[in-house]
Design a binder for this molecule. Structure first.
Ligand SMILES: C[S@@+](CC[C@H](N)C(=O)[O-])C[C@H]1O[C@@H](n2cnc3c(N)ncnc32)[C@H](O)[C@@H]1O
Length: 376
């Protein structure tokens, strides 16, 4: 058994912890955006295939004080790195540095760590792995803060957030792990309808649908390059039949922009969830008129907030419409709005029941819940 750390972005630590527990991983502790869980290597493979809210899984291997280059080098030498890859493979070291004099250059730290690792290979094989910062077989993450050094192996490589179902460049699309984490925060479990009236390229709905479908997808994870990689065990995990089709869709996505809907439909197709989601071109104004009679469900929304698309002054009317839409939902609906601009949220004219701080890229946002009580 080893202790792995699953990492996510700000505001999603608690839902990541719950996701790991729901998927039967043994969680030891959660601190901020990192969740430590205990598992064997096959379970770590499974986490890569099944966990949706994490961006990366790492294996912490060393913690030591470092006050000079020699101390850094000697401590790296204490761990055997030759057990992970062959000398013909590649490695990279990425370092971050803060408040650790006499060190003043993170590049120097990476160099020193790389020298120590390479020397181990030279001693054992008289041959050394070369450096490849783009697609390495062994990726070390070094953090030196207040002269405390921690070293971890990045087992993931390209962020887990990239599911591969969408083409890059969609207008203001949110990252997939964030969408998954936001859905988890709503408590939606797939039993009631989920509506996104401003669905854009559909990320929130597609992530919700992927959770229902439970499909796993092979990818080029860093751990697959390790010499101890158990191909057979990994293949067994890929053999996970997705949950079958539904008769009627449970998720509804609307947007006024036909290009956004084209992107949403192609993304849903690539994700294998078209049967679960109905997309329709409709502006919020029209949706207000044709409000359906669904008695309960969850509304999720990521409206423009003037930072990336639309200007703040022009958006007041849109937020008023959103407020009206939420107020007119029948019965016991829960509505969630991702707000990146507090001055706009006031136009909703609604009292929130919960606000969760999250980051959408580098924008400080709140995931705000408005819960309308029945018959109010
Ligand atoms: C920030 S984007 C949503 C991005 C989406 N969450 C994604 O990941 O792709 C906001 C969307 O709201 C849509 N929108 C803006 N005003 C609207 C309105 N009045 N009615 C319907 N859609 C609207 C825009 O066309 C845009 O696609």
């Amino acid at each position: 058994m080893a202790r792995f750390t699953a990492i996510t972005s700000r505001g999603l630590g608690k839902v990541l912890e719950q996701e790991l527990k729901d998927k039967k991983f043994k969680v030891l502790s959660t601190k901020g955006d990192s969740v430590i869980f205990e598992a064997n290597w096959k379970e770590m493979y499974r986490a890569h295939l099944q966990v949706k809210i994490a961006t990366r899984i790492i294996l912490p291997i060393l913690d030591f004080p470092a006050y000079d280059a020699e101390e850094l080098y000697n401590n790296i030498m204490k761990h055997d790195f030759t057990k992970y890859i062959k000398p013909s493979q590649t490695l990279s070291v990425v370092s971050t540095l803060s408040d650790s004099l006499p060190f003043n250059n993170s590049h120097f730290i990476s160099q020193r760590v790389k020298d120590a690792v390479v020397d181990q290979f030279m001693d054992k094989y008289n041959k050394r792995p070369s450096v490849d910062s783009k697609d390495p077989s062994l990726k070390l993450m070094v953090r030196l803060k207040n002269n405390a050094c921690s070293v971890a192996l990045d087992l993931t490589g390209k962020s887990l957030s990239y599911r591969g179902y969408r083409e890059d460049g969609a207008l203001a699309a949110m990252r997939e792990h964030l969408a998954s984490g936001l859905i988890a925060h709503t408590g939606w479990q797939g039993e009631e309808v989920l509506i996104d009236p401003m669905c854009g390229s559909g990320t929130l709905l597609i992530e919700a649908a992927c959770q229902l479908r439970n499909r796993v997808k092979d990818r080029d994870f860093v751990f697959k390059h390790f010499v101890n990689f158990d191909h057979e065990k990994y293949e067994e995990l890929l053999d996970n039949p997705p949950i079958k089709r539904r008769e009627t869709p449970l998720l509804y996505g609307y947007d006024q922009d036909p290009r956004a809907l084209d992107a949403a439909r192609s993304n849903a197709k690539r994700a294998g969830v078209t049967d679960l989601i109905e997309f329709k071109q409709q502006s919020l104004n029209d949706l207000l008129v044709s409000v359906d009679k669904t008695p309960e469900g969850v509304v999720v929304m990521n409206p423009p907030y003037g930072k990336r698309i639309g200007h703040i002054e022009e958006l007041a009317g849109t937020y008023k419409l959103i407020g009206d839409f939420i107020k007119k939902r029948p019965g016991n609906f829960k509505s969630w709005v991702l707000s990146g601009e507090p001055s706009l949220t006031q136009y909703l004219k609604l009292r929130s029941s919960m606000k969760i701080p999250v980051f959408n890229g580098d924008i400080d946002c709140r995931w705000i819940c408005y819960q309308k009580k029945a018959d109010s």
